[in-house]
Design a binder for this molecule. Structure first.
Ligand code: FE2
Length: 224
């Protein structure tokens, strides 16, 4: 099926182009925090079971135990809101709920990582700031959901149903402004090649449509 690349992506993702950030500052924070990386995945997504952190391709730096699969790494909990730079950015955003340490993490993908198409059951919308690669934005693909029926609240992967040809739109994040995407729309990450893919992320419990509306009416971002 040929997809119209000029499709309206308003249901999928918005770029907050006026919300500038310095990815080099975030990179310094990542470098400080990276010893706290833990394996991020559901166990059924880890062929062969748990691997050592240095071999894992899908890691997370986070506070608490949201996505931890290896209980021996509980001590690596890391609060990203301890960094003024991140806390000040979060303070400028007007979501329907408070953003706490549990909503903020860094996702860290190494070479060989493929994130199969899925919907998030833990967030309605997700905000992303690219950290690495430093010279280009990370990517995310959105899939045609006509083929599937799903119920939220279940941990669902669609890898047997949604294929490459079902990609509706691949979004390239900016490197000096963040984006927010609709995490209830099937999405995934095609193969990460030679460069690490690292993003600061907010998991937001507010419908994407509501966030877009606020953004379009100038009510999402507070002035500095
Ligand atoms: Fe996701």
């Amino acid at each position: 099926m040929l997809i119209n690349i000029d499709m309206n992506t308003d249901d999928l993702v918005i770029d907050l182009k006026e919300f500038n950030y310095d990815r080099h500052v975030l990179r310094d924070i990542f470098d400080q925090a990276r010893p706290n990386g833990r394996i991020k995945a559901l166990k059924w997504r880890l062929p062969g079971g748990l691997v050592p952190v240095d071999q894992a391709v899908n890691l997370v730096i986070q506070h608490g135990e949201n996505m931890m699969v290896d209980p021996t790494k509980a001590h690596l909990s890391y609060d990203l809101l301890q960094h003024d730079y991140i806390r000040d950015m979060v303070k400028r955003l007007n979501f329907d709920h408070e953003i706490t340490s549990g909503n903020v993490d860094i996702i860290w993908n190494r070479k060989g990582f493929v994130f199969e198409p899925h919907v998030d059951h833990y967030a309605k919308a997700t905000m992303i700031w690219t950290i690495l690669p430093i010279e280009q934005g990370a990517k995310i693909s959105f899939y045609n959901k006509e083929k599937i029926q799903y119920e939220l609240g279940q941990a669902l992967g669609f890898r047997d149903i949604l294929k490459k040809e079902d990609i509706l739109h691949t979004h390239v994040y900016g490197v000096d402004y963040p984006s927010i995407f609709n995490s209830h729309w099937p999405h995934g990450v095609s193969l990460v090649n030679d460069k690490e893919r690292v993003c600061l992320r907010l998991r937001i419990d507010e419908p994407f449509e509501s966030i877009v509306k606020k953004y379009r009416t100038g009510n999402l971002i507070k002035p500095v």
